[in-house]
Design a protein around this ligand. Structure first.
Ligand code: NAP
Length: 486
C-alpha cells in the first residue's frame, strides 16, 4: 500500500539552533525526506539561525554533510538533494543580542505560514520569544516549536509556560514529544477508536495489567553531565512514558480534535494515584569489568552520583475504567536490547473448557514502538495435527513496514510527521501546557521522596534487564515482566 502524501501550505520555517546536534541529526534530514515525499510546496523555505557566522552556502554545505551522515538511503539522491538545498538560507543571530534580527525580519515573507523551531537550550526560549515580537517577526498566526526538557520540576515548567505565554497564545505553542509522532502511537488511537473489537475489553474487568517498556542499550556517554542532573524519571517517565500511558488509559475523545484529545489525556494524569515508595525501583548501571570503568558514575563523571539510569514503577489510576488494573512502567539505559513496547495483558478466560492445559497463555496486545513498529495480538489456537485438543499460542502479526511500505522507508520518522503537523496547524500530537504541569505535579513528590529518604539506586549489570528488585515489583503481584528483546 502506498501512503498518500498531502502537500502542506507554503512556509518559512526558521530553525534556531540550525547548526546544532538535534537539527543535524533529526530536523534537517527529516525535512529532506518530506521534500522527497513531495509534501513540501515548491517555494517552501528553511532558514537556519545560530550565532556562528556563515553564509547560505556554508549552511547548505553543513546540511548536506548532516544529511549524508544521518539521512539514511535518501541521502544518496544527489539531484534531489541539490534542489532541496536551494531552499535553505542562513541568518547569524544571537538569541541574547539584537544583531541579525532585522535581517531575519526582512527575510520573512508575508502570506506564508511562519514557524519557529526553538532547537536551542530552554534558557534561551524567553529571549527568542521576546525578540521575535520586538522585531515584528512573529504574527498572531505564527507557530513556535519547543523541545524537551520542558522544565525540571513543576515550578520551572510553570515559569517556562509563563515566559512563552507573554508573547504567544497556547494555540501557537507546539511542545514536542517525539514519541507521540511515532506511527504506532497514532495507530494505538486508530485501533482503539476505529474498531469495535477492543474498546469493550479496554477496562479493569478484562485487562489484567499494562506494561510499558522503553529500553536502550546505550549509556549516557557524551551527555553524562546533562543526564546526571535529570535521571530516568525526569528524562523519560515524566514525558514519554506518561504520554503513552495517557493514550492507553484515556476515555474516547468526542472528536479527533487537539483539545478534545488533550482534555482526555489530562484527566488521566489527574487520576494517577501517588506512587508508594515500595512500588518504585531505581537502578544505576555498573561497569562491565572490575572497578567503575564504564559504569554510570564513570560516564557521568560523578563518583557519588545517586541519579537513576533505570526506573521501574507500578502506577494505579483511580477511575472507574482502571481501578484495580496496574500499569507497570520501566525504562533504562545499557539494557539487554533497544526495544520499546506497550503490552496490554488481558485476563484469562473465566473457565477453561479444555481443562488444565500446559502452555496456556493470556491474550496480549503488544504495540512495538521500536524497532519494527507494529502490533501483535497473541491468541490461543488448537495445535495443528491429530494429537487431540492441544492449545498453542500464535501471534496475529501486523508489522507496519510489511503492511504499509516496501521496506519501512515509507514510514515517516516522528520528527518529520510532527514538523508537518506544525505547518498544518494541528496540535493533536503536541503537549499542552496544563498537561506538562500536571505531569510534573505527579512526578515532583516521587523525586522529593527519594531526596528526603536519601535513596540510593540499585546496581545492575550492563546488558541485563535491570536490577533484580524490579523483577520483584511484578513477582510479588504474581506477574512477570515481558522479555526485553529486539
Ligand atoms: P547543541 O548541539 O548544543 O546545539 C545548540 C544550537 O544552538 C547550536 O546551533 C548553537 O549554535 C545554537 N545556539 C547556542 N547559543 C545560542 C544563542 N545565544 N543564540 C542563537 N543560537 C544559539 O544542542 P542540541 O543537542 O541540538 O539541542 C537543542 C535543544 O534540543 C535543547 O533544548 C535540547 O535539550 C533539545 N533536545 C536535543 C536532543 C538531541 O538529540 N540532541 C533530543 C531532545 C531534545 P551557535 O553556538 O553557533 O550559536
Amino acid at each position: 500500500m502506498v501512503s498518500r502524501v498531502i502537500p502542506v501550505d507554503s512556509f518559512d520555517l526558521v530553525v534556531f539552533g540550525g547548526t546544532g546536534d538535534l537539527a543535524r541529526r533529526k530536523i534537517l534530514p527529516g525535512l529532506f525526506r518530506r521534500f522527497l515525499a513531495g509534501q513540501m510546496p515548491e517555494d517552501a523555505r528553511i532558514i537556519g539561525a545560530a550565532r556562528a557566522e556563515m553564509d547560505d552556502a556554508g549552511f547548505r554545505a553543513l546540511v548536506a554533510e548532516a544529511i549524508g551522515e544521518f539521512g539514511g538511503p535518501a541521502s544518496r539522491k544527489a539531484d534531489e538533494l541539490a534542489r532541496f538545498l536551494d531552499r535553505l538560507h542562513y541568518v547569524a543571530i544571537d538569541a541574547k543580542g539584537d544583531g541579525g534580527w532585522p535581517a531575519l525580519a526582512q527575510a520573512m515573507r508575508p502570506d506564508v505560514v511562519r514557524a519557529f523551531y526553538f532547537s536551542v537550550a530552554p534558557a534561551l526560549f524567553g529571549d527568542l520569544a521576546e525578540r521575535l515580537h520586538r522585531h515584528g517577526i512573529a504574527t498572531p498566526e505564527s507557530r513556535i516549536v519547543v523541545e524537551k526538557p520542558f522544565g525540571r520540576d513543576l515550578a520551572s515548567a510553570c515559569a517556562l509556560n509563563a515566559t512563552l505565554a507573554e508573547h504567544f497564545t497556547e494555540h501557537q505553542i507546539y511542545r514536542i514529544d517525539h514519541y507521540l509522532g511515532k506511527e504506532t502511537v497514532q495507530n494505538l488511537m486508530a485501533v482503539r477508536f476505529a474498531n469495535i473489537l477492543f474498546e469493550p475489553l479496554w477496562n479493569a474487568r478484562h485487562v489484567d495489567h499494562v506494561q510499558i517498556t522503553v529500553a536502550e542499550t546505550v549509556g549516557v556517554d557524551g551527555r553524562g553531565s546533562y543526564y546526571d542532573k535529570s535521571g530516568a524519571m525526569r528524562d523519560m517517565v515524566q514525558n514519554h512514558l506518561m504520554q503513552l500511558l495517557c493514550l492507553i488509559a484515556m476515555e474516547p475523545p468526542y472528536r479527533f480534535d487537539p483539545d478534545a484529545v488533550r482534555d482526555e489525556k489530562l484527566k488521566v494524569i489527574h487520576a494517577l494515584e501517588p506512587v508508594r515508595p515500595e512500588d518504585i525501583v531505581r537502578g544505576q548501571y555498573r561497569g562491565a569489568g572490575k572497578g567503575t570503568k564504564g559504569s554510570y558514575t564513570d560516564d557521568a563523571e560523578n563518583r557519588d552520583s545517586r541519579t537513576e539510569s533505570y526506573v521501574a514503577l507500578k502506577v494505579n489510576i483511580a477511575n472507574w475504567r482502571w481501578k484495580g488494573t496496574p500499569f507497570y512502567l520501566r525504562t533504562g539505559k545499557k539494557l539487554r536490547a533497544r526495544a520499546s513496547e506497550i503490552a496490554i495483558v488481558f485476563k484469562e478466560v473465566p473457565h477453561s473448557i479444555f481443562g488444565e492445559e500446559e502452555g496456556w497463555r493470556e491474550n496480549v496486545l503488544s504495540i512495538r514502538l521500536q524497532p519494527n513498529e507494529g502490533m501483535t495480538l497473541s491468541v490461543m489456537i488448537k495445535e495443528p495435527g491429530p494429537g487431540g485438543m492441544r492449545l498453542t499460542e500464535v501471534p496475529l502479526d501486523m508489522s507496519f513496514a510489511d503492511a504499509l511500505g516496501e521496506d519501512g522507508t515509507d514510514i515517516p520518522d516522528a520528527y518529520e510527521r510532527l514538523i508537518m503537523d506544525v505547518i498544518r496547524g494541528n496540535q493533536t500530537l503536541f503537549m499542552r501546557g496544563d498537561e506538562v504541569e500536571a505531569a510534573w505535579a505527579w512526578t515532583d513528590p516521587i523525586i522529593a521522596g527519594w531526596e528526603t529518604r536519601g535513596d540510593k539506586p540499585r546496581g545492575y549489570d550492563p546488558g541485563s534487564s535491570g536490577p533484580e528488585d524490579a523483577l520483584m515489583l511484578l513477582h510479588r503481584d504474581g506477574r512477570r515482566w515481558r522479555e526485553i528483546r529486539e
